[in-house]
Design a protein around this ligand. Sequence first.
Ligand code: NAD
Ligand code: LMR
Length: 329
Amino acid sequence: MAKAPMRVAVTGAAGQIGYSLLFRIANGDMLGKDQPVILQLLEINDEKAQKALKGVMMEIDDCAFPLLAGMTAHSDAMTAFKDADVALLVGARPRGPGMERKDLLEANAQIFTVQGKALDAVASRNVKVLVVGNPANTNAHIAMKSAPSLPAKNFTAMLRLDHNRALSQIAAKTGKPVSSIEKLCVWGNHSPTMYPDYRFATADGQPVKAMINDDIWNKDVFLPTVGKRGAAIIDARGLSSAASAANAAIDHVRDWVLGTNGKWTTMGIPSDGSYGIPKDIIFGFPVTTENGEYKIIQGLEIDAFSQERINLTLKELTEEREGIKHLLP
Ligand code: NAD
Ligand code: LMR
């Protein structure tokens, strides 16, 4: 028997990530090739944005996706999030050249308070929320705190692009295929303070750390390359990453819903206190997923260098949280 359609709400649907994301969701890349979807698309209440959204919808129609069971355009979160099973909060103001993420904190806090409240009021009680719009961790925290009747664990932030960037760098360094590499993770904030960590990683079951055997490369090349990749792409394209960000969002939700079969991935999730990260801070952790639930990998040794890096990214997140505290309900 055919599955009932799942409702996927996407904000910022006429933006550049939206343009890479929506077609893949409708194609079944995110929720499975047997899972019909209904797209509920939110854009700002602005003539140009709504017109652009209609254009994207015309193109989606023209793909005649067999799994697309419906599609609606919205300018109000209260209708866009109605009964949503998955909500991808992409819409936000992207950072331009020379702009710091912190500059965007206040403007985006406004958006994510409204959207958190709307999710609280009308979304499915099991809605899985992924925040992509920057600053993603803190925006997810705001949405979570604005939705007290939904389980906090349903609010996540996207660290998967950082995870995939780290994976690609490690594959290039070791000469091993991406598919052979496991047990990689990225701790902390989706910002240059993040800590991509390959100390536990294996390639074809062999330790990656021993293969690379170069702490200077880790500190001086790997960490800055992954940490500043977003800025490097803005510098090169004049626009922030879009197709790779959409791809990471697909990976994040697919793994959350369909499971990782025991393999590690990275998700930005509300801390449960693991590794000394204060409860409710949205932090990148190594996780596995099964039956629609994620679980933090426990018991990893945190050496002095790693602790220093984790403290740094935690400090930034704590400061971001303090910066928007007055805006929380
Ligand atoms: P974009 O400017 O091309 O598109 C954003 C869209 O969101 C616009 O169409 C805008 O009208 C819409 N929007 C703004 N506020 C909205 C609201 N309140 N409700 C609904 N829609 C709204 O930007 P983009 O390149 O698609 O990037 C979107 C966000 O994703 C940015 O914040 C960017 O920094 C972030 N990003 C995050 C990651 C990550 O790894 N977490 C990676 C890349 C980009
Ligand atoms: C990225 O990592 O590519 C983006 O988060 C960069 C940005 O600031 O939009």
